[in-house]
Design a protein around this ligand. Sequence first.
Ligand code: SF4
Length: 182
Amino acid sequence: MTTLDAVRQRAEADARTYGYYLNPDPQFLQSLLEGLKQNEERYSYPSCPCRLASGTFDYDRDVVCPCDYRDPDVQQFGACYCGLYVRKDIYEGKAQLQPVPERRPVEKQAKAYGTAAITKKAEIAPITKEEGKEISETKKKLWYCKQCGYVVYRDEPPYVCPICKAKKEFFAEIKTRVDFSG
Ligand code: SF4
């Protein structure tokens, strides 16, 4: 079983290797590290704590932390998508952390959401009863961030909002019922 210390040490070592820093906000950093630890326990690899993982390594490989998008994001925005790795000026408080837009291609996100086939079909034909049933029976739910309005479809809310960095507790479920029986 992975310990939080091991996750922290790995992130610190990686930050040192690449000349980055970990987020200077201790509470925020802690919640990201906890998210990584839980993902590692759940999937056996530390997938990004701000993104949905499919649980299939081949689909998730680009978002195993540190993800494929970290370096260009830190270079362009001063931080990775989650804000775990930051540039020196942000670490030192000389620059503000800004929201980092999602760089992960939409097709990869769609695979993780498990809706790629349904979405593609829905563009050319109405969703069938069977597909509707599949959607209705999924355990995934719609969650929204009460702080910034970010909406995500997954089993549980993310540990940290990728847009405004609010914690998991700031997410609420959007209760909606769609009738596909007609
Ligand atoms: S966005 Fe940051 S925390 Fe998320 S996987 Fe990439 S490097 Fe790790």
